[in-house]
Design a protein around this ligand. Structure first.
Ligand SMILES: Cc1cc2nc3c(=O)[nH]c(=O)nc-3n(C[C@H](O)[C@H](O)[C@H](O)COP(=O)(O)O)c2cc1C
Length: 370
């Protein structure tokens, strides 16, 4: 029986404990490059067994929100080098979440103010965050996308490969491929957003093709043992829908099993919402998903997320249902979450008003235990 404080491994990455920080977009990097405040924020949280950074766009086309640090500018990679150095000096491990938002973007955030790209030209009923010409920030409806042509897909794979290499060169211990929450890869997975009639749409084999190709390209470039992936089989985030998530995601994980990945990171339920959220008529069977992966020979860590607290995370790890649990909002408010769990100390409350954008307030000023 394992407990949360026991060391473990995620592929090639050795972790001091099983309490990981979930990816959290904070919109505090004007110029799309990490700055000193971002360095402080991550360094403060280095006692997590593993930090997964906020989503980091692989290209300008992959950007969907203002002030999000990417991986495609030299100054961003210099900024990330400072982050990874600070976390490593503090004894932590850190991977970056490589991200292409697909249709969840706005023309003002795209190269040449072009249309965002998607599997199909279907607009997401969703909001993004932009900067007005006068410098003020505002929520805006996502723009109408255009469908990626078949000829453009190899370029997308190349963008993932280049970004993964850049991330490792900037000192990250690995990457997490963002295939969750209604962004580009998830848009290809779900039938509601993917109405293609070529090799990337239609059957489950076809809809999972892009995600599997991205995972294979990244694993080949930096090693499977440094590559993880995040999925959210039933989330409705960013207007994605599929009536039959179980066979879709069972197929996906059974094919991922061959890549010897570091971890599979599963958001159970609606992201940040009900854990028993359903798409289609049947409740999703999380045990079946994990068993499908293991039966197909999948190794690495099984990582779970969504609404966990110390008690439920302890149960998940003790029962063998999970190897690692990730915490989002609790890590926003508690830089020393691992110590607080260990000592059963009271937790700081996260302040929603300062989640996205702003400066040090609600970012680096949450108190540590004395
Ligand atoms: C402020 C904020 C930003 C988030 N940004 C991301 C992100 O960049 N990538 C991602 O996959 N999930 C993101 N999420 C979802 C979290 O990783 C996590 O799945 C969610 O908060 C549920 O976990 P929790 O109950 O432990 O907070 C974000 C959530 C919040 C609250």
């Amino acid at each position: 029986m394992s407990d949360l404080f026991e060391p473990t491994k995620a592929g090639d990455i050795a972790l001091a404990n099983r309490i990981a920080m979930a990816p959290l977009t904070r919109n505090r990097s004007p110029g799309e490059a990490p700055n000193d405040l971002n360095v402080t924020y991550y360094q403060q949280r280095a006692t997590a067994g593993l930090i997964i950074t906020e989503g980091t766009p692989i290209t300008h086309q992959g950007q969907g929100y203002a002030h999000v640090p990417g991986l495609y500018k030299p100054e961003a990679l210099e900024g990330w080098k400072k982050v990874t150095d600070a976390v490593h000096k503090a004894g932590g491990k850190i991977v970056t979440q490589i991200w292409h938002v697909g249709r969840v973007s706005h023309t003002s955030l795209q190269p040449g103010e072009g249309k965002p790209v998607a599997p199909s030209a279907i607009t997401a009923k969703s909001k993004t965050y932009i900067i007005n010409p006068d410098g003020s920030g505002a929520f805006a409806d996502t723009s109408e996308p255009r469908a990626l042509s078949l000829e453009e897909i190899p370029g997308i794979l190349e963008d993932y490969r280049v970004a993964a290499r850049a991330a490792v060169d900037a000192g990250f211990d690995g990457v997490e491929i963002h295939a969750a929450n209604g962004y580009l890869l998830d848009q290809f997975l779900r039938s509601g957003s993917n109405q293609r009639t070529d090799a990337y749409g239609g059957s489950i084999e076809n809809r999972t093709r892009l995600t599997l190709e991205v995972a294979a390209v990244v694993a080949k470039e930096i090693g499977g043992g440094r590559t993880g992936i995040r999925i959210s089989p039933v989330t409705p985030a960013n207007d994605v829908f599929d009536p039959e998530p179980q066979p879709l995601f069972n197929h996906l994980v059974s094919k991922l099993a061959g890549l010897d990945l570091a971890f599979i990171h599963v958001i159970e339920g609606a992201t940040g919402g009900p854990r028993d959220f359903k798409q289609g008529d049947k409740p999703f069977d999380w045990d079946e998903l994990r068993k499908t992966y293991r039966d197909a020979g999948g190794k690495g860590a099984w990582m779970v997320n969504n609404g966990y607290d110390k008690a439920s995370a302890t149960e998940a790890v003790a029962s063998g249902r999970a190897d690692i649990v990730t915490f989002g909002k609790l890590f926003i408010a508690n830089p020393d979450l691992v110590r607080r769990f260990k000592e059963d100390a009271p937790l700081n409350e996260p302040n929603k008003a300062t989640f996205y954008g702003g400066g040090a307030e609600g970012y680096t000023d949450y108190p540590f235990l004395p």
